[in-house]
Structures are given as C-alpha cells and as structure tokens.
Design a protein around this ligand. Sequence first.
Ligand SMILES: *Cc1c(COP(=O)(O)O)cnc(C)c1O
Length: 362
Amino acid sequence: MSRVYNFSAGPAVLPEEVLKEAAEEMLDYKECGMSVMEMSHRSADFQQIIDDAEADLRDLMGIPDNYKVLFLQGGASTQFAMIPMNFSKTKNGVADYIITGQWAKKAYQEAKKFINAKVVASSEDKTYSYIPDCSDLDIDDDADYVYICENNTIYGTKYKTLPNTKGKTLISDVSSCFLSEPIDVSKYGVIYGGVQKNVGPAGVVIAIIREDLIPTEELADVPTMLQYKTHADKGSMYNTPPCYNIYMCGKVFKWIKAQGGLQAMKEKNEAKAKVLYDFLDSSKLFKGTVVKEDRSLMNVPFVTGDKDLDAKFVAEAKAAGLVNLKGHRTVGGMRASIYNAMPIEGVQKLVEFMKKFEEENS
Ligand SMILES: *Cc1c(COP(=O)(O)O)cnc(C)c1O
C-alpha cells in the first residue's frame, strides 16, 4: 500500500489515524457484531455516536447552549435555498449578500428565487482575488441577515475580520475553513458547512444555528425536509441521517481534540501555509493569485503564467505522489488544498518538488 499526498479541494484528505480506526471497526463496531453502516439509526449505539459527535463539536468550537447543532444532508448547496426560505420573515424579505467567489454567488442567485436578495459588496471585478472592505457597507435597514462565504475554496481568500453587519444577523458558509482555527460562535447567527472539505466524508452538512432564529411555527409553503425546525425538533433524526458519515465526523472531532483542539490546529495550519506562501513569495516561476492580506490557510492557488507549463507541473507532481493539484477551471493553474489532515511533510514535499521543477524549467 502506498498513500499519496492528496491536495484535493474536496472531497479531501482525512486523518490516517481516523481511517485506520474506522477500518478496524468496519466489520464489528464495539462488539455489536455489525458495521455502523448496517445499524439502525434508532439504536442506542447510534444515538451514542451522534450524541458524542455533537458534544465533541460543541466542546471544540465552544458552541453556546442557545445554538442548535444540526447534521443535515443535501450538501452546502441545499443550504443556499434553506437559508432564505427559513430566515427571511416574509416572501418580500430582504437579505444582503457579499460576493467573494462562486459559492457566495450561487447562494445569492438561489436566494433571489425566494426573497429580495441584494449584493452589498463584491470582488468579482478582480476575479475574486481579494476580500472587499466590509467595515461600512450599505446594509439594508430591513435586512433579515447578511451572508458571507468565509473561506473561498476556489479563489483562496479568507475574511480576516468579519464584516460589520450593523447589528444584522451574520450567516456564514465555512465549508472550507471548518475547524481550521478557533472562532467566536456568538458573533454569528448561523455557521454552516459541507463536511467534505475539512471534516469528514461527503454527505453531511453541519449547521450551527442560534435557536431564536429557527422558526417556531411550521412554514406552510416550505417542504418539511427544508425546514430547520423539522431537524431541530428531532435531534437531526426526523428521517434517516447519513449515519456512517456522522460517525466519521465524530472520529475527526476526537482526532482534532487529541491534536490539541482548534488553537493547536490553527498553529499547525499557519506553519504549513507559511512553508508554501514563503516559497511562492520568493519563487521566480510560481506566484500566488490573491492579495497577501486575504490569503487562505486552507486553499492556495498559484500559477506559472504559462498554461502548458502548469499542465506539465500538475502531471509531473502527480507522478511524484503529489496529487489533485490542478486549479479550478475558472482560475486555471494550480491549487493546493492543505486542510487540517494534510501533514506538514506533504507541504514540504510539495515545495521541494516546486523548487526542483523551477530549476529544471527556467
Ligand atoms: C464545496 C463548497 C460548497 C458546495 O458544497 P456541496 O456540498 O457540494 O453542495 C459550498 N460552499 C463552499 C465554500 C464550498 O467550498
């Protein structure tokens, strides 16, 4: 067996310890005589798995008691619709969107189907290579919420300070920076993310929602499965949840705790990103594509400026066991996603390889 260094943006690398543990428990989970995949979601064993997962996540993130933690399905993309459907008070409700990339734009376009969604800031003018100044935006007086995508997976930017929402509820898509560093949950109304970037296997979306925002009455014109109330009332088990994936997320939470929690994770992520960014800043061949102040710790796009050379790099890197480095089709070039589970050795190997490639191709 030989494992590669996997720089995929998502689904992405998972901690090897977690995969090994899951493999050991595959046929017989804790003497149940069956796999977690085969288990009733109504069983005591599964209830323990989901309860532990929630408790560990609450502990890791310091989630206040007045926030619900929901394990949902449908990917982050389903949240693009659920958010306006649940959090806008009327059909003509207003919500303000900050567009820092494709995911924020998709969320905005989806919201427009249901409510009066407005763009209050955007970095589309420069291919989303920066985070706009959000200190004094023209927030609507009647906005139900302000929406951001906190880490832009495709473009490699991240908010270093949260926008001034002028008292309005902040809703944040954290899919690609989930659990990468400590955050103050109380600053948000809703934090949500698909887990396949930094937390677990595709199939789960975690939504952390301040309780008072969840509609208390059933929404007559919103499908049952698309109401947060449905899932909040039933502890994420209104219907069959993605049991195995929740179990895997729970293992990753325990792994992060064993690493020292989110502060330790942040320090490791900063050290990893520094290795790569320092090299990019000194390289004559490779360069980063976004402004330095807004650089993501998780997704690092870079280019040579020559498409053929980019393609050669991606192919040769793959042959050297450094895989999934091709950039998103809208940015081109390369992108190294260096999530929590990517060891620093992987980033060091990548930089060594880039140095060698630079020598051979200049
Ligand atoms: C990947 C991604 C999404 C889309 O996730 P799906 O689970 O595929 O719907 C949304 N937002 C961000 C920031 C992402 O990185």
